[in-house]
Design a protein around this ligand. Structure first.
Ligand code: FES
Length: 116
């Protein structure tokens, strides 16, 4: 828990351009850094007007949370066993497993800063 909190405030944010175009209830995958060199693949999700960043690694059994329209306009899904996650906090909504990793994100003027 403390590691996750520390990660939220560690390091510099990465700028992701054009996030203002992401429609309500949709999500988009974004690479943060080089995936082959320790980078991350995150999912930016627009819920209730706000942008949220969720790690695409599913905490259940090695699947990947996918992009596209969110379930009921607000939940990210891993298609391997159809577990759904709340992008606001990573909490599993349908299924039984630990929370998905979320990252701090701040949106300004149509772009976003992500601490991943
Ligand atoms: S691995 Fe993602 S739901 Fe099972």
């Amino acid at each position: 828990m403390l590691d996750r909190l520390a990660n939220l405030f560690r390091g510099k944010p990465v700028l992701v351009r054009g996030t203002g175009k992401l429609a309500e209830g949709h999500s988009k995958k974004v690479e943060i850094g080089d995936i082959l060199a320790g980078g991350k693949l995150i999912l930016l999700c627009r819920v209730d007007g706000d942008l949220h960043a969720l790690d695409t690694r599913c905490p259940h059994d090695g699947g990947r949370i996918i992009d596209g329209p969110l379930v009921e306009g607000k939940l990210a899904i891993c298609p391997l066993h159809n577990y759904t996650f709340d992008p606001k906090n990573g909490q599993v909504v349908r299924g039984s497993c630990p929370k998905a990793t979320v990252y701090k994100v701040r949106e300004k003027d149509g772009d976003a800063e992500v601490w991943a």
